[in-house]
Design a protein around this ligand. Structure first.
Ligand SMILES: NC(=O)c1ccc[n+]([C@@H]2O[C@H](COP(=O)([O-])OP(=O)(O)OC[C@H]3O[C@@H](n4cnc5c(N)ncnc54)[C@H](O)[C@@H]3O)[C@@H](O)[C@H]2O)c1
Length: 290
């Protein structure tokens, strides 16, 4: 897709971070924008900001982990704008830990939002786009964590690998049918967003019992926060995403410096060598001296 003006984009997780950056870029491109997010306060702020910038905007409070919410999002989009051309399945949350130590609630929450959220978006919107028979593009947000495995972020990494697999399957099946619906998967490294405060989106029924955080975990969190603050600005990610949509590129990797970490896993896999913890290489990428 090269011509965006007047077309319609739906963005989940649009009230903050990468989603908001994509929404700002959409408005800049003259797209009509549907903002979907669970955070009503930030959603209202994003809506006002984008309208002030001259955008045509609809905000729909949406919990992507709920199929009925995503169905309603599609209905509201079609009722308001009649069509949908771009879909960004971007909403995501993070919880980590070794697979057996992450709580049942951690697993459920992260899978519900990061994987079911994308499945809901794909299942609800793809048939609408196919039926429309116009140029369309779906971008699913995964992560470099969907192409590598850092041991300590078990549940998150599992969902992000699944999003890559889901996106490849979607791409290949649509391509086989010569569909006008194109697909990309976005795998960013570190982006300057609010993901460090991800816990505020956790539903009450999936909260963990409070336990004091170990000094190691506190230090790791502080290092991650500092690294995020130096991460790529969301608008720069959005620019890479739009470039990929225009050139119909499937894999979107805005952080080439992460390639060596991805390579480490791929090389060992093909040589049937056992996994090596990429923590050292990742710490190097997170280091402020870079
Ligand atoms: N920030 C990074 O470094 C980074 C790197 C790789 C991938 N990602 C991915 O980018 C995506 C966006 O994250 P971000 O970094 O912009 O974080 P963010 O916290 O700034 O934004 C995430 C948005 O998703 C929304 N959200 C959370 N749960 C939701 C739900 N159930 N339904 C609807 N919306 C929900 C939040 O309210 C928030 O507005 C996520 O999928 C994340 O995994 C982020």
């Amino acid at each position: 897709m090269r011509d965006f003006k007047g077309k319609v984009a739906v963005i989940t997780g649009a009230a903050s971070g990468i989603g908001l950056g994509i929404a700002e870029r959409c408005v800049g491109e003259g797209l009509q924008v549907v903002l979907a997010d669970i955070d009503e306060e930030n959603l209202a702020r994003a809506e006002t900001g984008l309208k002030t910038a001259g955008g045509t905007v609809l905000a729909v409070r949406t919990d992507v982990s709920k199929r009925s919410d995503v169905e309603l999002l599609a209905r509201r989009t079609l009722d308001t704008f009649g069509q949908v051309h771009l879909l960004f399945n971007n909403a995501g949350v993070a919880a980590g830990g070794a697979p057996w130590e992450a709580t049942w609630n951690d697993w459920e929450w992260v899978i519900n939002v990061n994987l079911w959220g994308v499945i809901h978006g794909v299942k609800v919107f793809t048939p609408l786009m196919i039926a429309q028979n116009t140029e369309c593009h779906i971008v699913n947000t995964s992560s470099t964590a969907g192409l590598t495995v850092g041991g300590a972020i078990g549940p998150y990494s599992v969902t992000k690998h699944a999003v890559v697999a889901l996106s490849e399957s979607l791409y290949l099946t649509l391509q086989q049918r010569n569909s006008l619906v194109k697909v990309s998967v976005l795998c960013p490294g570190l982006v300057r967003t609010d993901i460090i405060n991800t816990e505020r989106h956790r539903p009450t029924e999936l909260r963990n019992d409070p336990v004091p955080m170990s000094p190691e975990k506190q230090a790791a969190l502080a290092a991650f926060k500092a690294a995020l603050e130096m991460g790529m600005p969301p608008l720069q990610v959005a620019a890479v995403v739009f470039d990929a949509i225009q050139s119909e590129r499937f894999y979107i990797l805005p952080h080439p410096e992460w390639n060596e970490v991805i390579q480490l896993r791929t090389d060992r896999l093909l040589r049937m060598e056992n996994p090596r913890n990429p923590a050292e290489a990742i710490m190097k990428l997170m280091s402020p001296r870079r």
